[in-house]
Design a protein around this ligand. Sequence first.
Ligand SMILES: Nc1ncnc2c1ncn2[C@@H]1O[C@H](COP(=O)(O)OP(=O)(O)OP(=O)(O)O)[C@@H](O)[C@H]1O
Ligand SMILES: [Mg+2]
Length: 342
Amino acid sequence: RTRELSSEKEKLDAIVSSIEAGIAIFNRDGRMVWSNRVMREWLQNGRQYGMEDFIHNGTEDAIQDIFVDNRFVREVSYLDFGRKRGFFQMVATPIHPPEGDPHVMMLFQDVTEVKKAEEQLMQSEKLTALTRLSAGVAHEIGNPLTSISSYVQILREMEHDEFTREALGTISRHLGRIGDIVRQMSNFAKIEAENLGDHKIYDLVKTTVDLVRYDKRTARIDIKADIPEDLPVISVDGNQMVQVFMNLILNAADAMPGGGELSITARRAGRMVEIVFTDTGEGIPGENLERIFDPFFTTKEKGTGLGLAVSYTIVKSFGGEITVESTPGRGTTFRVRIPSKE
Ligand SMILES: Nc1ncnc2c1ncn2[C@@H]1O[C@H](COP(=O)(O)OP(=O)(O)OP(=O)(O)O)[C@@H](O)[C@H]1O
Ligand SMILES: [Mg+2]
């Protein structure tokens, strides 16, 4: 009987230690009393953990509910284990041993990658809808706008009292802004990888950096581009790729109003080439991170919020991807990955 038991225990141990999920057991007071290998790798050494560290909604009640109602809690939430963070699916199960106090077992499965994939999918659906809408709107607004703008232009060239002159000035400035947005939207509708050709990252980055030097926003920042010349070429529309790089550089410049450094590097990453833009700017607060690629999301008074949405669509059309990491107060890193031709 003892032999049987110990072989059962060995089986159990083998299962528990081979599972790629975090498992922990908590006592009646909610203190963690046991954890498996994976869980220990995630947690900070030497810290006491309790159930409240992992259940965020209605802590006290939620914990008691599990004991009292025998309830399973299944939820996906963002958790920070100390040495590991991301989205986890959590299942809690009460354990009622024949003798002694009841305990709770919690199992955490990392679903961060799944969640990311879902979000990417939603993002591309959002963008397809927008692309269709943009074409319509740009056309419907663009034509009357051109007509209004030319009348305003004619009126401004005539003699007027001071009020009318100023009013016309304001009208024309606002028209300019509407015009910018409409132009961006019609660019947006047109995005489709068209003039594909083989390009060297080195050349594309150099062209972009030379171009943005004319923008006064880049005057106060230090752009350090260090691109190896022998990277594999990428098959892209050169103008569109330059547009993406330009958006990223100007965003970095906007994030460093008091000056700072933007480093641009590139390297092979498997079958892709990765171009990395790292700035020392204000960073992006966590709650904005998943919205910055949304069309019209902007935190700038004069921004259209289309820069990153357009960049995202362009990069996607080349079979690539674009990701972001940021630490508020420290800076932001954008990674553009494009399939390489080798
Ligand atoms: N490098 C960066 N550092 C900090 N915040 C950034 C950075 N890049 C983008 N952002 C944030 O993402 C938002 C969206 O960027 P996006 O380029 O799409 O639009 P925008 O820059 O606001 O407007 P536009 O591109 O028309 O000037 C910005 O308003 C800003 O809040
Ligand atoms: Mg921008």
